[in-house]
Design a protein around this ligand. Structure first.
Ligand code: AMP
Ligand code: MG
Ligand code: MG
Length: 318
């Protein structure tokens, strides 16, 4: 006889938080689409013209934080935007709990014993804001990264405008994965053999970013917005590496993408090849840049190939 969920052992908190986050990210995506179609983005410059926040960033974060706090009061949640504890509208609350596909994944042993108190959730409510304001809508993602012991344990990436230029196809998608475990919502693909395709920033380039790219002698450079979007290119075989030799990218940009990329055998580190930490007290900035490679690509080759004088300008701060 098949046992119902209530008769089975309780799911590990990492899996429960991931399964809830799939639904919560869907709700955040719905809010983002609603705000854009209403036409008033309410753009605010944070540190300057290339560091923007819109009403969609603010509302999506309120939605995600409120839902996580309601379902998991003992989590630590760190969001990109300023905390805003005003109650959220009832229709922003996710009533149907968790995604059943995400609840069914096998939890790797090293994550099974992690308690709710030990989890730190890194939230980028809208990654790729600059591109969002410019109408490059498929660059936008909602990122919910679930860290334990200072490392990415699980990740959810929602792409609210997936297929937006092909209205005949299903619109929007959510992908998720457990580090060392299963992934879902996309078809992992290897990048083309015999080529070197490198994706990088399109709105935050610097001399250092360009120097690193040049040294890699890529066959093609793909400048696109968003850390989430760039890691999607790696997951789906559209680029071999994501190279950003500059500070600027934060922990909420990399936590969810790193969890999913590592689940399929890719890697995401700083430009020295050192792992990023996601403890609650850690420096938010990925000050030594971001280097990510698709599964099967030699990560160390990229580290070595970037000139020492470029790497020397990027300092990791704990
Ligand atoms: P990009 O690759 O430029 O789309 O950046 C990936 C993520 O890092 C986005 O969330 C950006 O907002 C953030 N980011 C990168 N560089 C900077 C910067 N110089 N100032 C502010 N945010 C940045
Ligand atoms: Mg971001
Ligand atoms: Mg953001």
């Amino acid at each position: 006889m098949q046992s119902s969920r209530s008769q089975m052992a309780p799911l590990p908190p990492v899996v429960r938080v991931m399964a809830a986050s799939v639904r919560i990210a869907d709700k955040a995506a719905e809010i983002i689409r609603g705000i854009l179609s209403a036409g008033d983005l309410g753009i605010v410059e944070k540190t300057g013209i290339n560091d923007l926040q819109t009403e969609a960033d603010r509302s999506a974060q309120r939605c995600i934080v409120a839902n996580l706090a309601r379902q998991f009061p003992r989590l630590t949640v760190i969001g990109e935007e300023e905390p805003d504890d005003r109650p959220v509208p009832d229709h922003w609350l996710v009533e149907d709990g968790a995604d059943p596909r995400a609840e069914r994944v096998d939890c790797p042993e090293q994550l099974a014993g992690v308690t709710e108190e030990q989890i730190v959730v890194w939230v980028d409510p809208l990654d790729g804001t600059k591109e969002f304001t410019q109408g490059l809508l498929d660059h936008v993602t909602v990122l919910i990264g679930i860290a334990a012991g200072g490392r990415p344990a699980a990740g959810v990436i929602n792409q609210p405008y997936f297929n937006y230029e092909r209205p005949e196809l299903p619109q929007g998608r959510t992908i998720f994965g457990l580090a060392g475990g299963a992934v879902a919502g996309f078809e992992p693909r290897a990048p083309p053999a015999g080529q070197r395709i490198v994706t990088t920033t399109r709105s935050h380039s610097t001399g250092l970013v360009q120097a690193a790219l040049q040294a890699l002698q890529p066959d093609q450079v793909v400048p696109v917005g968003g850390a989430g979007h760039k890691v999607l290119l790696l997951l789906e075989g559209r680029a071999h590496a994501y190279v950003f030799a500059s500070p600027g990218c934060k922990k909420w940009d990399t936590c969810a993408p790193e969890a999913i990329l590592s689940a399929v055998g890719g890697r995401l580190t700083d430009m020295h090849g050192d792992e990023l930490r996601y403890d609650a007290a850690v420096q938010r900035l990925n000050s030594a840049g971001v280097l990510a490679t698709a599964p099967g690509v030699q990560h160390d080759w990229y580290v070595q190939r970037v000139p020492q004088e470029v790497r020397d300008k990027l300092h990791a701060v704990a």
